[in-house]
Write a protein that binds this ligand. Structure first.
Ligand SMILES: Cc1ncc(COP(=O)(O)O)c(C=O)c1O
Length: 407
């Protein structure tokens, strides 16, 4: 079934008509739950903030480089950082050739701001479009994609990700007219919230579309190191010898339990990155140099990442045991979120309220992470998202309480 240009298009671009679409799902959850008092000690599974230990090397490396807080950092990133990021990427993924640290890596203040600024860059970078410029994104999606697309003055086109399509946008459903006006497509693999992982074949098909229509693939891969069985691939693996039209976004927030440090990077298409760098040089937050040195240490060590995966694996084993196949649960291929279908239990908002009030478990209603398609179908409605970020005891306790309340 081909999706027409309008069938997946959000109405009303702009901050006023955007309404709830502009608002943080976390703020909306806070407002939803504000009238209620939890009956039990609170366990928060709403926020995707990793709570495993900060790696041991962080303090000493920071201390050694403390004086560099006294200097303005360059937007591009220090050379040791770019070399460490390029070397990690080249070792970790099966790339067509090694990434060039000089021209194919840019440091980011966490991947969020990078995703936002990349949408703005893409709208300026790609040539004229046949029709109103559009940015495609999965639905549900990470809010920075929508904010970036709006700031870029593009139309937002939501591609529903559902159980039926394996929780990845259906590339065959995109019609030629929509593709001809596409500036960029955001893709998240592993996906947040469902944890779906794009295959090599999927990325190859997407790259073909991007090359044919001259749009950018903005591949959000910040969960790539959190998996329980197979290491997810990267869009860069299928991007050809020059990574043309493909930029991958990485972060230490999830990989190294450093969400507060705010360090990540963008890698790929050098021409796009040159334009990205130019915009970032005047508009984006630079990354403090001592933090880039910590990042060098982080990208040079896999032991803490393996330990991190072990801790998540324990929690997913618990989820397998406690949830079984309830609420459509299936262990995700990647990431640390659990996406549960509560449509038979009063819907996502009602389930979130009940869990908070009666069980002291805080989760996000799925419809806060997604938007209604033009036909009114909201692919996140009827789901709740749990982020398995706290320790295994709290996770087990929360899952037991959840089953008790929802069953
Ligand atoms: C899908 C996705 N992308 C990007 C980010 C941004 O992460 P950071 O800015 O910490 O790298 C997050 C954070 O939760 C996320 O879930």
């Amino acid at each position: 079934m081909a999706m027409t240009a309008s069938s997946g298009v959000a109405q009303g671009v702009g901050s006023i008509s955007a309404g709830q679409a502009e608002r943080s799902p976390f703020l909306r959850t806070t407002e939803l739950l504000a009238p209620y008092q939890p009956a039990k000690p609170l366990i928060t599974l709403s926020l995707g903030e990793p709570q495993h230990p900060v790696p041991d090397f962080v303090g000493p490396v920071l201390a050694r480089h403390i004086a560099e807080f006294g200097r303005y950092p360059l937007a591009k990133g220090i050379e040791p950082f770019r070399r460490a990021a390029a070397s990690w990427l080249t070792t970790r993924f099966d790339l067509p050739r090694p990434i060039d640290p000089e021209s194919e890596i840019l440091v980011l203040n966490g991947s969020r701001e990078g995703l936002f600024f990349a949408a703005i860059t893409a709208a300026r970078y790609v040539g004229p479009r046949k029709g109103k410029p559009a940015i495609l994104m999965p639905n549900p999606f990470y809010p920075a994609y929508g904010a970036g697309a709006r700031a870029a003055g593009c139309e937002l086109i939501y591609l529903p990700t559902t159980l039926a399509n394996g929780f990845l946008p259906d590339l065959d459903a995109l019609d030629e007219a929509t593709l001809a006006r596409t500036v960029a497509m955001f893709i998240a693999s592993p996906a947040n919230p469902q944890g779906a992982v794009a295959s090599r074949d999927y990325f190859t098909r997407l790259k073909k579309l991007a090359d044919r229509h001259g749009f950018m693939i903005l591949s959000d891969e910040c969960y790539s190191e959190i998996y329980t069985r197979h290491a997810p691939g990267s869009a860069l693996e299928c991007a050809g010898p020059d990574f043309t039209n493909v930029v991958a976004f990485q972060s230490l927030s999830k990989r190294s339990n450093l969400p507060g440090m705010r360090v990540g990077f963008a890698a790929g298409d050098r021409k796009f990155l040159a334009a990205f760098h130019e915009l970032r040089n005047v508009a984006a937050p630079q990354v403090p140099m001592p933090l880039q040195h910590v990042a060098v240490a982080a990208y040079s060590d896999e032991a803490h990442v393996e330990e991190n995966r072990r801790l998540y694996r324990i929690k997913f084993d618990l989820a397998d045991q406690i949830l079984g196949s309830r609420y459509g649960y299936a262990r995700p291929a990647g990431g640390f979120c659990v996406w549960l279908d509560v449509s038979g239990r009063g819907g996502d908002e009602a389930a979130a309220i009940k869990l908070y009030r009666d069980a002291g478990v805080r989760v996000i209603p799925g419809s806060y992470l997604s938007r209604p398609q033009n036909d009114g179908f909201n692919p996140g409605a009827g789901y709740i998202r749990l982020a398995l970020v706290s320790d295994s005891e709290s996770t087990a306790e929360a899952l037991h309480r959840l089953v008790e309340i929802l069953d």
